[in-house]
Design a protein around this ligand. Structure first.
Ligand code: NAI
Ligand code: MG
Length: 500
C-alpha cells in the first residue's frame, strides 16, 4: 500500500489546492450560484478541493463573455503574429509550471507522475507551440471562376476569407485533462475563436491553473472562460446554447450522441472524439522484444483509461503462447500505488464506480468462459485500484470484446492467417486506432490499408504528436483533431465574388 501522504506535496501544489475554486468568466474569477462540489484523489478517495458548481446561469454569462470578446478589438484586432506570440507564451508558462501542473494532475486524476510529466505535459506544451505557428498562416485563396458572367461585358473574380467559427464550447474528459484542454484551446485560439472550457467534474483542477496562466500570457479577458461543473448541468447547458457555434468534445459515445441532439437548435458544428475498442495485430515475424513492452504501454498506460488503448490483441497462433506468457508476466510485475510514489507503475482508476464497472466486464467474461492469465481482480491498494488484466479464451460476441471498458484490461485471441486477423480486427463498430507488429513491409502496408481506423501504428502504439491528424471512423467520432485538419474545425470559409 503506497499512497502518498499529503505532506509530501510541494508548497505550490498546496497553495493551488487551497485556492478557492472559482469560475473564470469575462476575466473575473467568480463564485457559482449552485455553490461548490468536491474533487477527489482517486488513489485515496479523499477530498482534494472544492470547486464551483457552474450551471445554466454561469454558462450564459460565460458564453456572453466569449461572444463579446470575439469581435472586440483587443482580440479580433490582434495581429496574427501577436496571437501566435500569445500561444507561444502560454506554452512557455505551462513549461515553467510543468512540475506543479503534473503534481496536481496526478492528485486529481490518479495517473503516475511520469505519465503526466513526461507524456502529457510535453504534449500540452507542444500543442500550443504547433498551433502558434499556424496563427500567421491562415489565409484564403484567389479563384478565377469558369461560369461566364457578362452583363455589360463584366467578369467575376473571387477570393475566400477564413474567419473564426465563433464561440467554441470545449467539453473535455477526465483521462488526460490538461492535454485534452490544450488540444482544443490551441487550434481554436490560433483561428481567432473564443471559448468556454468545461473540464470533467472528476478533474477540474489543472484547467483552473491553466486559466491563471492564460491571463499571465496576455490573453484578453473573455477569450477563454472556464466553467467547472457537472455534465448534465454545465455541460448540457453549454452544448445546447444558441450562441455556441461549435462544440469540440472528447468523451464517451453515449455523451457524443446526446451532443448531437443538443446541437439541433442552432445546428452547431461538432467534432466528436469518442471511444474505441482498438485492436493490435501481432504477426508471426514480430520482434517480441519490441512488441511486448510496446503493447504493455499501449494497453496499460494511464491504467487503460486511454481512448486508443489496445483492448483486443490478435496474435499469430504460432507465437500466441510465448507472446501471451510474456505479456501476462509483465502485467503481473506492474506495481500499483499512488501516482506520486515513484515506485508505482500504475495508479488507480478514476473512481470506485468505474473500477466496479471494469470488474463487472471481466467477471461476466469469466462466467462465459474467459480466463484471466494476469490480474482479473480488484487490487487491495485503495478504493479504485484494479490489477492489470490479460484475458484469454474470449469470444467476439462477449461484451468485453465489443464495448469500451476503459480500464487495464486486454484480451488475447490467436489467429491462423492475416485475412482472419484483419477480419477480427475490423469486427467492431468503433474505428479509432490500431497497431500492427511485424518486420514485413508488405504485411504492414496491406494491414494499414485494410484496417478501418483513424490511425494505424506499425511497431508502436499510442504515439501522438500535434502534427498528426487524429480521429475516429465509425462510432469513434466525427472529424479530426491535430495537424492542419485540426485547425479547419475552427474556421469558416467565406467566398467573396466581385463583378469587375
Ligand atoms: P462522458 O463522455 O460523460 O464525460 C466527458 C465530458 O462530457 C465531461 O466533461 C462531462 O462532464 C461531459 N458531459 C457529460 N454529459 C454531458 C451532457 N449531457 N452534455 C454535455 N456534456 C456532458 O464520460 P464519463 O461518463 O465520464 O465516462 C464514461 C465512459 O466514457 C468511460 O468509461 C469511457 O468508456 C468513456 N470515455 C472515453 C473517453 C475518451 O477519451 N474517448 C474519455 C472519457 C470517457
Ligand atoms: Mg479528482
Amino acid at each position: 500500500m503506497t499512497v502518498a501522504a499529503p505532506d509530501t506535496l510541494s508548497t505550490e501544489t498546496r497553495a493551488a489546492l487551497a485556492a478557492p475554486g472559482k469560475l473564470l468568466i469575462g476575466g473575473d474569477w467568480v463564485d457559482a450560484e449552485g455553490g461548490t462540489f468536491a474533487t477527489h484523489d482517486p488513489a485515496t478517495g479523499g477530498v482534494l478541493a472544492e470547486v464551483a458548481r457552474g450551471g445554466r446561469g454561469e454558462v450564459d454569462a460565460a458564453v456572453g463573455a466569449a461572444k463579446e470578446a470575439l469581435g472586440r478589438a483587443d482580440w479580433a484586432g490582434m495581429t496574427p503574429a501577436d496571437r501566435g506570440a500569445v500561444l507561444w507564451r502560454i506554452a512557455d508558462l505551462i513549461e515553467a509550471e510543468a512540475d506543479v501542473l503534473s503534481e496536481i494532475e496526478v492528485l486529481d486524476q490518479g495517473k503516475t507522475y511520469a505519465t503526466a510529466r513526461r507524456g502529457e505535459l510535453p504534449g500540452a506544451i507542444a500543442q500550443f507551440r504547433y498551433y502558434a505557428g499556424f496563427a500567421t498562416k491562415i489565409h484564403g485563396t484567389t479563384i478565377r471562376p469558369s461560369i461566364a458572367y457578362q452583363p455589360q461585358g463584366r467578369q467575376v473574380r473571387a477570393h475566400t476569407l477564413r474567419e473564426p467559427i465563433g464561440v467554441v464550447a470545449a467539453i473535455v474528459p477526465w483521462n488526460s485533462p490538461l492535454l485534452m484542454a490544450a488540444m482544443k484551446l490551441a487550434p481554436a485560439l490560433a483561428a481567432g475563436c473564443t471559448l468556454v472550457l468545461k473540464p470533467a467534474e472528476q478533474t477540474p483542477l489543472t484547467a483552473l491553473m491553466l486559466g491563471r496562466l492564460l491571463e499571465r500570457a496576455g490573453l484578453p479577458p473573455g477569450v477563454v472562460n472556464i466553467v467547472t461543473g457537472f455534465g448534465h448541468e454545465a455541460g448540457a447547458a453549454l452544448a445546447a446554447h444558441e450562441d455556441v457555434a461549435k462544440v469540440a468534445f472528447t468523451g464517451s459515445t453515449a455523451t457524443g450522441r446526446a451532443l448531437l441532439d443538443a446541437a439541433r437548435g442552432n445546428l452547431k458544428k461538432l467534432t466528436l472524439e469518442l471511444g474505441g475498442k482498438s485492436p493490435a495485430l501481432v504477426l508471426a515475424d514480430a520482434d517480441l522484444d519490441l512488441a511486448v513492452p510496446g503493447l504493455m504501454r499501449g494497453i496499460f498506460a494511464n491504467s487503460g483509461q486511454v481512448c486508443v488503448a489496445g483492448a483486443r490483441v490478435y496474435v499469430d497462433r504460432k507465437i500466441a503462447g510465448a507472446f501471451t506468457d510474456r505479456l501476462a508476466a509483465e502485467a503481473d510485475r506492474l506495481r500499483l500505488g499512488h501516482g506520486l510514489d515513484p515506485a508505482s507503475d500504475l495508479g488507480p482508476l478514476i473512481g470506485p464506480d468505474h473500477a466496479a464497472k471494469v470488474a463487472a466486464y471481466v467477471e461476466a467474461g469469466k462466467r462465459a468462459g474467459a480466463e484471466a492469465v494476469a490480474g482479473g481482480r480488484l487490487a487491495g491498494e485503495g478504493p479504485a485500484f484494479y490489477r492489470p488484466t490479460v484475458l484469454t479464451g474470449v469470444r467476439p460476441e462477449m461484451a468485453l470484446m465489443r464495448e469500451e471498458i476503459f480500464g487495464p484490461v486486454t484480451a488475447v485471441t490467436p489467429f491462423d492467417d492475416i485475412d482472419e486477423a484483419l477480419a477480427l480486427a475490423n469486427d467492431t463498430e468503433y474505428g479509432l486506432a490500431t497497431s500492427v507488429w511485424t518486420e514485413s513491409l508488405s504485411a504492414a502496408t496491406r494491414a494499414s490499408e485494410s484496417l478501418r481506423a483513424g490511425t494505424v501504428w506499425v511497431n508502436c502504439h499510442s504515439y501522438f504528436s500535434p502534427e498528426l491528424p487524429k480521429g475516429g471512423h465509425g462510432i469513434s467520432g466525427w472529424g479530426y483533431e491535430n495537424g492542419a485538419p485540426g485547425l479547419e474545425n475552427y474556421l469558416e470559409t467565406k467566398t467573396v465574388c466581385l463583378s469587375v
